[in-house]
Design a protein around this ligand. Sequence first.
Ligand SMILES: [Zn+2]
Length: 431
Amino acid sequence: MKTLFEHAKVLLMDEAGSVLDDAFVAVEGTTISYVGPLPPEGDYSECIDATGKLLMPGLVNAHTHVPMTLLRSYGGGCDLDTWLHQYIFPVEEKLDQRAVRAGTQLALAELIASGVTCIADMYMFCDVIAEEVVAAGLSANLARGLTLFSEDFDPERHQGFCDMRELAEHWHGRNEGQILVDACIHGEYTSHPKLWSAVSAFAKEHALGMHVHLSETRAEQEACLARYGKTPTQVLDDYGIWGTRAIAAHGVWTTPEDWEVLASRGVTVVHNPVSNLKLGSGMAPIAAMKQAGVRIALGTDGVASNNSHDLFEEIKLAALLQSGVTGDPTALSATEVLRMATVEGAEALGRNTGRVAQGYVADLILVDMKRPHLTPCHNLEDTLVFAARGSDVVLNMARGQIIYRDGVYKTLNFEQTRREVERYALPLLFG
Ligand SMILES: [Zn+2]
C-alpha cells in the first residue's frame, strides 16, 4: 500500500519548527518514505489532495484509561478520594470483558476522530483492550494497573502481577510494536514496597517501560511523607521504579527536589490539566519542571474525570495555565505544547513517531484549515494551540492505514458500539 499526500501544508515537528507550504508526503507500508516540495517518483495506490489542509503528526495521548469512557460524567463534583471510593471503584467491580470491549471501542472512536494515533493506557482486562486497539489500527502502550493494599504479596498468586506477566508474554511488541506493554504500579498510595521491588525487577528483566500515577493530590504527597519521610518520587526511586523508560501521570505536587530525580532518571511526567482541575487536585508547575529538565508529555486521563478524549483541549489548557499562573505568556510556548502532544509524547512511549519525517511511523492527521474559527491563520502553531479542536481533524492515518476520513470510520462500527454500550454495558454497570 502506497499513499501520497499532495499539496499539503506540513508541520514537521522537527527541532527547527519547520512548516512546508505546498509539500508532498509519501507513505509506504507503515512508514513515511518521502517528505519534500516536489512529487516523488513512483506509482501510488492512493493520492490524496490535501490542498487547504494541514498535515501533521497524529497526537499522542500519554495517559488514559479507555474503558472508563463508560463512566463519562459519573461522580462529578467530587475530589479524587471521594470520586474513586464512592463512585468509581464500586462500578468498576461490576465490569466484565464484554463491557470493557464496548467501552474501549467507544473511547477509540472518540480518540481517532479527534486526531490521536497513539495512546498509553493503564487499566484491567488489558487483553481485550489490546485486541480492540489492534482492530482499530492505532498504537498503544498498555499497562495492567497493579495495587497492593497489604504486606501479603506472592507474585505467583497476585492477580494483577500474573495478568501483567501474561500480558507482556502475549502482547509486548506485537505487530512490529503496534502494542507495547509497560510494567506498572497504579500509584504509591495504592501499593506497598513489596510490589515495587517485584515490578521494577520485572520491568528490568523484560526491558519494559513503566507507567505510574505520581503526586496527583496534596493528600497523596503528605501521606507519603508521613509514611516514609520521603515524597512518592523519592521513595519509588529507592525501589528502582524509575530504572527503565518511565511515564508518571500528573506530578502536580512534586517538589524541585523531585524534579532533580525525575530529570536525572529521564522520567516523563504526563500533564493532564483538565482532569487535575476537574477533581480539584491542583495545577502541575509544568513550565518550572521543564526548566528543571523534566520531560513532559500530555494526556487526558480517563474520561470519567475529564470528560472528553479531545487532546486539543489539553493542548490549549496546558498553554493557558502556565501563562496564567506565572504571569508570563512565554512560560510555555505554543511550539513547546505541540511538541509535548506529538514528538515528546512519542519518545516517552519509546516510539519512532510524532514527526513528519522519512523513516518515521506514518501516524498522520489532516486538519481542515478552511474552518471559520481557523481563519485567518497568522501563525500556524498559535492557531493550532488556541483555536483548533479535535473535530477539525478530517483524516486519521495510523501506521500507514487510513482509519478515519471525513467523518467515516474505516475500522470501527460505531453504531454497533453505541448499541452495545446502551444495551449491555450501561445496564450492567448502572442497572
Ligand atoms: Zn489516571
